[in-house]
Design a protein around this ligand. Structure first.
Ligand code: AMP
Length: 219
Protein backbone atom coordinates (compact mmCIF):
# COMPACT_ATOMS: atom_id res chain seq x y z
CA UNK A 1 0.00 0.00 0.00
CA UNK A 2 1.44 3.36 -1.04
CA UNK A 3 0.02 6.63 0.25
CA UNK A 4 1.39 9.76 -1.33
CA UNK A 5 0.65 13.47 -1.45
CA UNK A 6 1.91 15.48 -4.41
CA UNK A 7 2.47 19.20 -3.90
CA UNK A 8 3.65 22.03 -6.10
CA UNK A 9 2.44 25.26 -7.49
CA UNK A 10 -0.13 25.29 -10.33
CA UNK A 11 1.37 24.09 -13.59
CA UNK A 12 4.21 22.20 -11.91
CA UNK A 13 2.99 18.95 -13.45
CA UNK A 14 1.29 17.37 -10.43
CA UNK A 15 -1.57 15.95 -12.48
CA UNK A 16 0.67 14.53 -15.22
CA UNK A 17 3.10 12.91 -12.78
CA UNK A 18 0.27 11.54 -10.63
CA UNK A 19 -1.33 9.90 -13.65
CA UNK A 20 1.93 8.12 -14.57
CA UNK A 21 2.25 6.77 -11.02
CA UNK A 22 -1.41 5.80 -10.97
CA UNK A 23 -1.15 3.80 -14.19
CA UNK A 24 1.88 1.78 -13.17
CA UNK A 25 1.19 1.19 -9.49
CA UNK A 26 -2.60 0.97 -9.56
CA UNK A 27 -2.96 3.97 -7.28
CA UNK A 28 -6.16 5.97 -7.04
CA UNK A 29 -5.47 9.57 -8.11
CA UNK A 30 -7.48 11.97 -6.00
CA UNK A 31 -7.43 15.50 -7.37
CA UNK A 32 -9.64 17.86 -5.37
CA UNK A 33 -9.52 20.36 -8.26
CA UNK A 34 -10.72 17.66 -10.72
CA UNK A 35 -13.57 16.70 -8.37
CA UNK A 36 -14.66 20.35 -8.18
CA UNK A 37 -14.33 20.83 -11.95
CA UNK A 38 -16.46 17.71 -12.57
CA UNK A 39 -19.14 19.14 -10.28
CA UNK A 40 -19.05 22.54 -12.00
CA UNK A 41 -19.35 20.90 -15.43
CA UNK A 42 -22.24 18.74 -14.31
CA UNK A 43 -24.07 21.60 -12.60
CA UNK A 44 -24.31 19.90 -9.21
CA UNK A 45 -25.09 21.70 -5.95
CA UNK A 46 -21.42 21.45 -4.97
CA UNK A 47 -20.47 22.84 -8.39
CA UNK A 48 -22.69 25.88 -7.83
CA UNK A 49 -21.04 26.46 -4.44
CA UNK A 50 -17.47 26.46 -5.81
CA UNK A 51 -17.76 27.80 -9.38
CA UNK A 52 -17.13 31.50 -8.70
CA UNK A 53 -14.47 30.87 -6.07
CA UNK A 54 -12.54 28.66 -8.46
CA UNK A 55 -12.83 31.03 -11.41
CA UNK A 56 -11.29 33.79 -9.28
CA UNK A 57 -8.43 31.49 -8.31
CA UNK A 58 -9.41 31.63 -4.62
CA UNK A 59 -9.38 28.72 -2.19
CA UNK A 60 -12.61 26.88 -1.43
CA UNK A 61 -13.81 26.79 2.20
CA UNK A 62 -11.91 24.25 4.33
CA UNK A 63 -15.02 22.43 5.65
CA UNK A 64 -16.22 21.80 2.13
CA UNK A 65 -12.80 20.61 0.96
CA UNK A 66 -12.40 18.32 3.96
CA UNK A 67 -15.80 16.72 3.44
CA UNK A 68 -14.96 16.08 -0.23
CA UNK A 69 -11.62 14.47 0.68
CA UNK A 70 -13.13 12.42 3.51
CA UNK A 71 -15.98 11.17 1.33
CA UNK A 72 -13.56 10.25 -1.45
CA UNK A 73 -11.19 8.35 0.84
CA UNK A 74 -14.12 6.66 2.60
CA UNK A 75 -14.91 4.91 -0.68
CA UNK A 76 -11.93 2.64 0.13
CA UNK A 77 -11.39 1.72 -3.51
CA UNK A 78 -7.65 2.29 -3.09
CA UNK A 79 -6.40 -1.28 -2.61
CA UNK A 80 -2.89 -0.39 -3.80
CA UNK A 81 -2.88 3.10 -2.30
CA UNK A 82 -3.59 6.67 -3.38
CA UNK A 83 -1.95 9.82 -4.55
CA UNK A 84 -3.59 13.05 -3.42
CA UNK A 85 -3.07 16.09 -5.60
CA UNK A 86 -3.97 19.65 -4.57
CA UNK A 87 -4.57 18.89 -0.89
CA UNK A 88 -3.70 19.92 1.81
CA UNK A 89 -3.30 23.55 0.84
CA UNK A 90 -3.17 25.31 4.20
CA UNK A 91 -2.38 24.62 7.84
CA UNK A 92 -5.89 23.63 8.84
CA UNK A 93 -6.28 21.13 6.00
CA UNK A 94 -2.88 19.67 6.87
CA UNK A 95 -3.90 19.17 10.49
CA UNK A 96 -7.14 17.48 9.51
CA UNK A 97 -5.27 15.24 7.11
CA UNK A 98 -2.46 14.26 9.47
CA UNK A 99 -4.94 13.46 12.26
CA UNK A 100 -6.96 11.15 10.04
CA UNK A 101 -4.47 9.51 7.64
CA UNK A 102 -0.89 8.27 7.55
CA UNK A 103 1.15 9.02 4.49
CA UNK A 104 4.38 7.52 3.20
CA UNK A 105 5.75 10.46 1.26
CA UNK A 106 5.10 13.98 0.02
CA UNK A 107 6.38 14.58 -3.50
CA UNK A 108 7.19 18.27 -3.89
CA UNK A 109 7.58 19.49 -7.47
CA UNK A 110 9.60 22.69 -7.49
CA UNK A 111 9.09 25.33 -10.20
CA UNK A 112 10.00 29.05 -10.27
CA UNK A 113 7.07 31.48 -10.56
CA UNK A 114 8.15 32.78 -13.99
CA UNK A 115 8.08 29.28 -15.42
CA UNK A 116 4.67 28.74 -13.77
CA UNK A 117 3.29 31.83 -15.54
CA UNK A 118 4.71 30.72 -18.88
CA UNK A 119 3.24 27.23 -18.55
CA UNK A 120 -0.14 27.96 -17.02
CA UNK A 121 -1.12 30.62 -19.53
CA UNK A 122 -0.50 28.17 -22.39
CA UNK A 123 -2.34 25.28 -20.73
CA UNK A 124 -5.38 23.67 -22.39
CA UNK A 125 -7.68 20.99 -21.03
CA UNK A 126 -10.01 18.42 -22.51
CA UNK A 127 -13.31 18.85 -20.62
CA UNK A 128 -14.41 15.38 -21.72
CA UNK A 129 -11.57 13.04 -20.66
CA UNK A 130 -9.47 15.37 -18.48
CA UNK A 131 -6.29 15.17 -20.60
CA UNK A 132 -3.99 18.18 -20.14
CA UNK A 133 -2.08 19.90 -22.97
CA UNK A 134 0.42 22.71 -23.20
CA UNK A 135 0.78 24.84 -26.31
CA UNK A 136 4.53 25.19 -25.67
CA UNK A 137 5.69 21.72 -24.67
CA UNK A 138 2.86 19.28 -25.26
CA UNK A 139 0.72 20.40 -28.19
CA UNK A 140 -2.21 18.28 -29.37
CA UNK A 141 -1.66 16.68 -32.79
CA UNK A 142 -4.61 18.52 -34.26
CA UNK A 143 -4.98 22.10 -33.09
CA UNK A 144 -7.66 22.57 -30.45
CA UNK A 145 -8.66 18.84 -30.38
CA UNK A 146 -7.96 16.17 -27.78
CA UNK A 147 -5.63 13.41 -29.07
CA UNK A 148 -7.43 10.82 -26.94
CA UNK A 149 -11.13 11.50 -27.47
CA UNK A 150 -11.28 14.21 -30.16
CA UNK A 151 -13.28 16.65 -27.99
CA UNK A 152 -12.46 20.36 -28.41
CA UNK A 153 -10.03 21.74 -25.87
CA UNK A 154 -10.77 24.60 -23.47
CA UNK A 155 -8.79 26.96 -21.26
CA UNK A 156 -9.47 26.44 -17.56
CA UNK A 157 -11.60 29.28 -16.21
CA UNK A 158 -8.92 29.94 -13.58
CA UNK A 159 -5.97 30.02 -16.00
CA UNK A 160 -6.15 33.80 -16.43
CA UNK A 161 -3.33 36.18 -15.39
CA UNK A 162 -5.41 37.61 -12.49
CA UNK A 163 -6.49 34.23 -11.09
CA UNK A 164 -2.97 32.89 -11.49
CA UNK A 165 -1.49 35.73 -9.40
CA UNK A 166 -4.05 35.02 -6.70
CA UNK A 167 -3.17 31.30 -6.73
CA UNK A 168 0.57 32.04 -6.61
CA UNK A 169 0.01 34.31 -3.61
CA UNK A 170 -2.02 31.63 -1.82
CA UNK A 171 0.62 29.06 -2.62
CA UNK A 172 3.46 31.07 -1.13
CA UNK A 173 1.50 32.30 1.91
CA UNK A 174 -0.61 29.27 2.81
CA UNK A 175 0.66 26.15 1.09
CA UNK A 176 4.42 26.56 1.58
CA UNK A 177 4.03 26.41 5.40
CA UNK A 178 2.28 23.04 4.94
CA UNK A 179 5.43 21.75 3.31
CA UNK A 180 7.41 22.85 6.33
CA UNK A 181 5.01 20.87 8.57
CA UNK A 182 5.57 17.76 6.48
CA UNK A 183 9.32 18.41 6.42
CA UNK A 184 9.37 18.06 10.19
CA UNK A 185 7.98 14.57 9.72
CA UNK A 186 10.77 13.90 7.21
CA UNK A 187 8.46 12.73 4.46
CA UNK A 188 9.14 15.44 1.85
CA UNK A 189 10.95 14.55 -1.39
CA UNK A 190 11.92 17.64 -3.43
CA UNK A 191 11.94 17.09 -7.19
CA UNK A 192 12.92 19.64 -9.87
CA UNK A 193 9.81 20.33 -11.99
CA UNK A 194 11.70 21.86 -14.95
CA UNK A 195 13.07 18.84 -16.92
CA UNK A 196 11.00 16.88 -19.50
CA UNK A 197 8.19 14.91 -17.89
CA UNK A 198 9.76 11.46 -18.21
CA UNK A 199 12.90 12.68 -16.43
CA UNK A 200 10.76 14.08 -13.63
CA UNK A 201 8.90 10.76 -13.37
CA UNK A 202 12.23 8.95 -13.12
CA UNK A 203 13.48 11.36 -10.44
CA UNK A 204 10.28 10.74 -8.43
CA UNK A 205 10.74 6.99 -8.67
CA UNK A 206 14.42 7.22 -7.71
CA UNK A 207 13.70 9.26 -4.60
CA UNK A 208 10.78 7.02 -3.56
CA UNK A 209 12.73 3.81 -4.24
CA UNK A 210 10.24 2.65 -6.89
CA UNK A 211 11.07 0.56 -10.00
CA UNK A 212 12.37 2.59 -12.98
CA UNK A 213 10.07 4.35 -15.41
CA UNK A 214 9.91 2.76 -18.83
CA UNK A 215 8.60 5.26 -21.36
CA UNK A 216 5.84 3.68 -23.51
CA UNK A 217 6.88 3.08 -27.12
CA UNK A 218 5.37 5.65 -29.52
CA UNK A 219 2.26 4.26 -31.27
P1 AMP B 1 -6.27 22.74 -8.81
O1 AMP B 1 -6.74 21.97 -9.98
O2 AMP B 1 -5.62 21.88 -7.76
O3 AMP B 1 -5.43 23.92 -9.20
O4 AMP B 1 -7.59 23.33 -8.09
C1 AMP B 1 -8.44 24.23 -8.77
C2 AMP B 1 -9.20 25.09 -7.77
O5 AMP B 1 -9.99 24.25 -6.91
C3 AMP B 1 -8.33 25.91 -6.82
O6 AMP B 1 -7.89 27.13 -7.40
C4 AMP B 1 -9.31 26.12 -5.67
O7 AMP B 1 -10.30 27.09 -6.01
C5 AMP B 1 -10.02 24.77 -5.59
N1 AMP B 1 -9.27 23.84 -4.70
C6 AMP B 1 -8.66 22.68 -5.08
N2 AMP B 1 -8.08 22.08 -4.03
C7 AMP B 1 -8.32 22.90 -2.95
C8 AMP B 1 -7.98 22.84 -1.57
N3 AMP B 1 -7.26 21.84 -1.07
N4 AMP B 1 -8.41 23.86 -0.77
C9 AMP B 1 -9.15 24.88 -1.25
N5 AMP B 1 -9.48 25.00 -2.54
C10 AMP B 1 -9.09 24.02 -3.40
Amino acid sequence: MRKYVIMGVQGSGKGTQSKLLREEFGLVHISVGDIFRWNVRNHTKLGAQVRRIMAAGDLVDDDLVESVVRRRLDEHDWNFGFIIDGFPRNGRQAEFFMESYDIDAVIHLELPDDEVRRRVLSRRLCPNCGMDYNLIADRPEQEGRCDICGHSLVTRADDTPEALESRLRDYHEKTRPVLELFRRKEVVHDVDGRPPLDEIQQAIRDTLGLPPYVKPAAA
